[in-house]
Design a protein around this ligand. Structure first.
Ligand code: NDP
Length: 280
């Protein structure tokens, strides 16, 4: 299993990202980043809306790893869509993170027909800001999150730069095969959010049985399973032994038949957050 994937613009991205949603700002954010980097993570997944970019940024500063070795992601929130607003949102994230460039910047959720008549225009305007930041050397790669095929199609039609990444919900109970295949066909790297189903898939009996075959936890199985599907997992934890556990996934290989068993599991443990129906 590779420690890095290569994005469509040749930028290398570490194959596991450290999630930070619901990590409290301040000491907890600082310490969890320090602990994760100490255990070998080099990739941090954040967002302005998580309200902890100051703590995450301080963690990055004090963790002892050279900035160039780290891969830092942030996302433009839904209230900041559009050209000027996205540019401003980027500057705020950069300042809070105490950085002078980001490795990856994503549109957090698409504007959709459910809420806006001009949703395609809004997404294209936000994307134009991302392209400008990329062209100015402020971001090494740009992408989207929670975009399904019908959101990506019009964006790709007008884009000058192809998105490098689409970050979507992905775990054994929620696989979004159509979207994953669309991204694969278009050379867009899929990242999987909630790879542990926010803890909700960890008690599943079938997953437990499979994990036992490898002497691994269900969390490790879920993370490895995502990677073997070429989806980049973003497990989150603020608990030191879990942070460590979630990175110990490079020393086993899930067999083809077990991959198939998981790939064919019915839906369960999904967040219910569908981009066309969210209220935020
Ligand atoms: P995860 O699937 O990563 O699960 C996190 C939960 O599982 C936490 O409660 C954590 O507890 C617990 N946990 C972590 N490791 C273990 C373990 N080894 N054993 C048992 N329990 C464990 O959920 P998230 O929703 O946080 O998703 C991960 C990341 O994806 C986010 O942090 C964020 O960066 C990104 N994300 C992006 C979204 C988007 O719209 N783009 C939406 C949602 C998430 P504890 O921390 O207490 O240890």
């Amino acid at each position: 299993m590779k420690e890095y994937y290569t994005l469509n613009n040749d930028v290398k991205i570490p194959s596991i990202g450290f999630g930070t949603w619901q990590t409290p700002d301040g000491e907890t954010a600082i310490n969890s980043i320090k602990i994760a980097m100490n255990y070998g993570y080099r990739h941090i997944d954040g967002a302005a809306i998580y309200g902890n970019e100051k703590g995450v940024g301080t963690g990055i500063k004090v963790c002892g790893i050279d900035r160039k070795e780290l891969f830092v992601t942030s996302k433009v929130w839904n209230s900041e869509r559009g050209y000027e607003t996205a540019l401003k949102a980027f500057e705020k994230s950069l300042k809070d993170l105490q950085l002078d460039y980001l490795d990856l910047y994503l549109i957090h959720w698409p504007a959709t027909a459910n809420k806006f008549t001009n949703w395609q225009q809004i997404n294209s305007d936000t994307w134009r800001a991302m392209e400008q930041l990329y062209n100015n050397g402020k971001i090494r790669a740009i992408g989207v999150s929670n975009f399904l095929e019908h959101h990506l199609d019009p964006l790709l039609e007008n884009a000058e730069i192809m998105p490098s990444v689409n970050q979507i919900e992905f775990h054994p109970g929620y696989k979004q095969n159509d979207c994953v295949n669309f991204c694969r066909d278009n050379n867009i790297q899929v990242e999987g959010w909630s790879p542990l189903g926010r803890g909700k898939v960890l008690g599943n009996a079938t997953l437990k049985e499979i994990a036992n075959r490898y002497n691994k936890s269900v969390a490790q199985l879920c993370i490895r399973w995502a990677m073997q599907n070429n989806v980049l997992p973003l497990p989150k934890s603020i608990t030191p032994n879990r942070i460590k556990e979630n990175f110990e996934v490079f020393d086993f290989n899930i067999s083809e038949s077990d991959m198939e068993l998981i790939n064919e599991m019915d839906e369960f443990g999904g967040s219910g957050l569908h981009p066309d129906h969210i209220e935020f």
